[in-house]
Ligand binder design. Sequence first.
Ligand code: ADP
Length: 473
Amino acid sequence: MYFSKVMKNSKKQIGFTILALVILILMQAVTVLRIYKLETDKFDTEYRELIINGLDLFEEAKPGIGLDVAHDNLDLQTKRLFEYYKFGKASDTLGFRKITLKLIQEDFEKNQEMDVLIKKILQNKKIKTKFKVHILFHKIEFDGYSDTLSIFNETIDSNWEYVDDLRIPDGALSVKRVNHWGSYYSCNYELLIDFAEKEKMVLGQIAGMMAIMLVALFVIGFIFITILRNMLEERRLSLLKTDFINNMTHELKTPLSTIAIATKSLSNSDFASDSEKVIGTAKVIGRQNKQLSKQINHLLDVSMWERQQFDLDKRWVVLGDFLHDLVEAFKWECKDLDMTILQDCKIDPKLEVFLDETQITTALHNLLINAVKYTDKKPEISLSCEYTDQIILIIKDNGIGMSKDNAKHVFEKFYRVHTGNIHKVKGLGLGLFYVRQIIEAHRGTIQLVSKLKKGSTFTIKIPSNGRSNNSTG
Ligand code: ADP
């Protein structure tokens, strides 16, 4: 009850932390976008002011330059086009107006001297950047010969594709809007400058701050992941502890209650007078006592294995004989069980390897016992062995198998797979832990491939310089 509450709370905490992190990231993103927008506006204001002031200075110093050159040229152009229309060579059609505007536009852009002037203004400020000047007409009309002809007026001719054809980039800086009256025309146009590297320049301004923000985000993310991992690990260990206490209580309780019943029987005078019954009960007590000490020793072993306070007692062992004896002993141990065990050794029968016979026996015995314990049908086990420059032992069973996720953890201390009723098969979750410790003490490895309801395969590899006992005589 308490535990599930703790789990619920930690789930909530994880949820809130993720939410907080997401909000933080979103806020950072919004802040970055806002700052980018502010920096772009700042760029526009600064450059607009710089260019307008620069142009004013140039015009003061040398009137009739810059846009005025284009204005004067436009007078000649409009006179020619206006006369063309006036003398009946063209009529007021959309086609005529479009062509006229295109010619005017090209003429104006060609004749303006803005490029040179703006380059000089930027150079004065030691700014080196590529740019392109654009002219955008909002209105232009011919005026003269006591007649007027509107060529383009954006409020009336809004359906024209004039602006699309021009392809003025979105971020182009609008420097100023000009109203001008020439001899044969009046117009309203906008002077725009497209800085090709504007985005780069703005980003350069905020790069430092963005880097700091990213580092801060990274640090927060890292702390979050560490906290999350610790929380999950704590939760897992807590679960493991509860399981272990349950299993341990069960393992100790069974022999203890048997001993209690046996002792009670012995205190009964009728029972005590029957020597056969007394001897039988004493044997039961003895067996249960042995079981109790076995479990307690198991637990004591854990700390010993953990501190690696053990020395392997390695000797030369004839591998084939060793495995054969082991399998035979196991068969005898399980003689009451209907099971098959196959042994497939592709090794030189005289091959000797250097290992701790007792420990390796414990490890293999644990694997074989598990193959019998964790099955719901007639156990079919196979033990194969190969030798190259290492001993390869493969134990395969047809048992209940397990999921990939459980297979990752089964070698951990006290880990047991949850099968709904955890007391159905006895155990403390130490068998495979010992197996791994023993194999690793031999500098070997153990791998498990398991499939639910299909069975499990344990592969042990122990590096060993074997010898054939022929050579030693
Ligand atoms: P114990 O058997 O005492 O629980 P082990 O460390 O030997 O401890 O095994 C850990 C868990 O791994 C077991 O609880 C069992 O669920 C699972 N397991 C071990 N061997 C097998 C196997 N051959 N087939 C299926 N499950 C297994």
